[in-house]
Ligand binder design. Structure first.
Ligand code: ADP
Length: 394
């Protein structure tokens, strides 16, 4: 029987490459006619149904008597038929041997089913197409599951969008009263001689700074997410920027009984950065180090160079970061349990803003910690620029 066609179950099977025992050969159509899962439809060269095997009746609801002689296009839903998908399927199978697709069909009882199908062209030895074999499987359950997941994903995206809009509004609303509060505090500071009032105003001003940073982060997080942030890049010496950061936090570190140490090299470290954005990122790292380091500890702000990169490092002797928090540390709303205990009410926004801002600068940020109670180290890498203004190549 090698190299010939055989008549089995009325079906013209393609030539077989090797001898096949007649029992095996006849087992195939028998198996298919009993298949509960796979529908098998055989079409002639014009696309008319000549065999309706396997689970075809179960799948589509039509019996073989009803379907044999009809065009295969009739099992397609009308919009697909109008678009010519039935003909296209055969054309693709003719051209490339096989066509696979998943689409909706309608059963005899009117129910829609999602069918995964595969059609192959069957050829004579001369190469002429004598017909097509189509295997179909009902995947409605899978499709419904995918649809459900997709709709859940859309819901999640919509919820995330609402959250971002809420954060932006919150940041806005928070920032509005801060400017008059700052102005009023400064007026009290200037017009009052009582040193106790001076101290009180200093505390108020310090807390206004904390709230301003939080409001800025809240507004930034939604802008960054919507890719709405534009950088105004200028050349700066990182040592100068870090001196400014150090100066801004000297007071709060002192009040907390911390030693805030700035360590920079003698020579300049040129970087192209957006100064306010860089300060926002650096401030978030330094304010965290201060917040999460207990009294008597140390915080270092360091600048150095490694190959082409210019590095800023913020190190502390504080709470440290647990191994399970480290991988998701820079995600929005990520907070450690120890941090929650040490500084309740944090929002877990600051580090995600740091990452986005540093990313925008073409840099990267990473965190290291040997574990709880062992201090933390945050390293920001920025592309360095040499004195001629060229980006350093390595
Ligand atoms: P927040 O400080 O408001 O929680 P962040 O996004 O700035 O938000 O920080 C996220 C989390 O990262 C913190 O809650 C804390 O668990 C951890 N973390 C950040 N910086 C430090 C640090 N210097 N030492 C220990 N943990 C830190």
């Amino acid at each position: 029987m090698a190299g010939t066609s055989s008549q089995a179950n009325g079906l013209n099977w393609p030539a077989l490459p090797m001898d096949l025992h007649p029992l095996l050969e006849s087992a195939l159509p028998k198996l298919l006619s009993h298949s509960r899962e796979y529908a098998l439809i055989v079409l002639d060269a014009a696309g008319r149904i000549v065999q309706w095997l396997g689970a075809s009746q179960q799948l589509m609801g039509f019996s073989a008597e009803e379907m044999i002689g009809r065009h295969a296009g009739e099992i397609f839903i009308s919009p697909d038929r109008e678009k010519g998908f039935d003909e296209l399927e055969m054309a693709i199978a003719r051209e490339s041997g096989r066509c696979e697709d998943d689409r909706w069909h309608v059963r005899k009882d009117g129910a829609r089913i999602w069918v995964s199908g595969s059609m192959e062209a069957v050829r004579e030895e001369s190469g002429a197409v004598v017909g097509y074999v189509k295997v179909m499987r009902d995947r409605t359950d899978l499709r419904i599951h995918v649809d459900r997941l997709e709709s859940r994903l859309l819901d999640c995206e919509a919820a995330a969008q609402r959250t971002r809009a809420f954060l932006r509004t919150l940041g806005h609303e928070m920032r509005n009263p801060l400017a008059p509060l700052r102005n009023a505090s400064t007026i009290i500071q200037r017009t009052n001689d009582d040193p106790r009032a001076d101290k009180a105003v200093e505390i108020i001003l310090g807390q206004i700074e904390v709230l301003t940073r939080l409001a800025d982060d809240l507004m930034e997080v939604s802008r960054l997410d919507a890719r709405k942030v534009r950088l105004d890049l200028q050349r700066h010496d990182l040592r100068v920027l870090l001196r400014e950061t150090h100066d801004a936090f000297r007071q709060s570190a002192h009040e907390k009984g911390l030693n805030l140490i700035l360590m920079v090299p003698k020579g300049p470290l040129w970087v192209d950065v957006d100064r306010p954005k860089f300060h926002q990122a650096a401030s978030n790292l330094v304010s965290n180090a201060i917040k999460y380091t207990p009294r008597g500890g140390k915080v270092w702000i360091k600048a150095t160079q490694e190959g082409r990169d210019v590095l800023m490092r913020v190190e502390d002797t504080g709470l440290g970061i647990s191994a399970e928090l480290l991988p998701r540390l820079f995600e929005l709303f990520s907070r450690g349990a120890a941090a929650e205990e040490a500084a309740p009410g944090g929002m877990g926004i600051g580090l995600s803003v740091v990452r986005e801002l540093i990313d925008l600068h073409g840099g990267s940020v990473e965190a290291r910690s040997s574990g709880a109670g062992k201090g933390s180290e945050f390293t920001v890498r920025l592309p360095g620029v040499d004195t001629q203004g060229q980006h350093i190549d390595g």
